[in-house]
Design a protein around this ligand. Structure first.
Ligand code: SF4
Length: 180
């Protein structure tokens, strides 16, 4: 088998899942011997490429930029793994959902407590437009595998990647999934 085209994607999350990925330490060298990293915030590649084999997607869909990127990732990727609880359930990113639509958050932040030129930003080039309801990945696109945890620990990430790189179904360690 040739080298696998590998991506990691950061949507509406705190980047803690990517930090846990870096906890793989020296195993990252082994991973690097088997894959080409074609997109990742860690590699600062701007455009999501075609023909990606495997993508780990951190975070929920919290804004229109997240939604567009996720649709592009789905169209260009063979296997998507929901990476961490925000991707799997919405988790922390979805805490605002009980408040209702996005303006219920934006109004107090930008207008009620704004002290100069108070208005809700509407220039998408400056601030992404929030979706009214934060969604887990599988509510927007088909997801092939789920890795819960906030964040998933490095042991779980390694076991999952080893399985996927061997064309096996990952067996997640549910006992260890909560803490890094
Ligand atoms: Fe951060 Fe936890 Fe969400 Fe990962 S699952 S992005 S660590 S809040």
């Amino acid at each position: 088998m040739g080298r696998l085209r590998f991506a990691t994607v950061w949507l509406g999350g705190c980047s803690g899942c990517h930090m846990s990925f870096l906890d793989l330490d020296e195993w990252l060298f082994e991973l690097a011997s088997k894959v080409d990293v074609v997109y990742s915030p860690l590699a600062d590649i701007k455009e999501y490429p075609d023909n990606v084999d495997l993508a780990l997607v951190e975070g929920a869909v919290a804004n229109e930029d997240n939604r567009e990127l996720l649709l592009k990732v789905r169209a260009r990727t063979t296997t998507i793994l929901a990476f961490g609880d925000c991707a799997v359930t919405g988790n922390v990113t979805a805490y605002r959902n009980p408040l209702g639509v996005a303006t219920a958050v934006l109004q107090p932040v930008y207008v009620d407590h704004g002290d100069w030129n108070a208005r809700i930003p509407d220039d998408r080039a400056v601030v992404p437009i929030l979706v009214d309801k934060v969604l887990p990945l599988h509510a927007v696109v088909h997801v092939d595998h789920f890795m819960p945890g906030c964040p998933p620990n490095a042991r779980t990430i390694r076991a999952t990647l080893e399985a996927l790189l061997s064309n096996q179904t990952p067996q997640l360690d549910w006992k260890d999934r909560r803490f890094g």
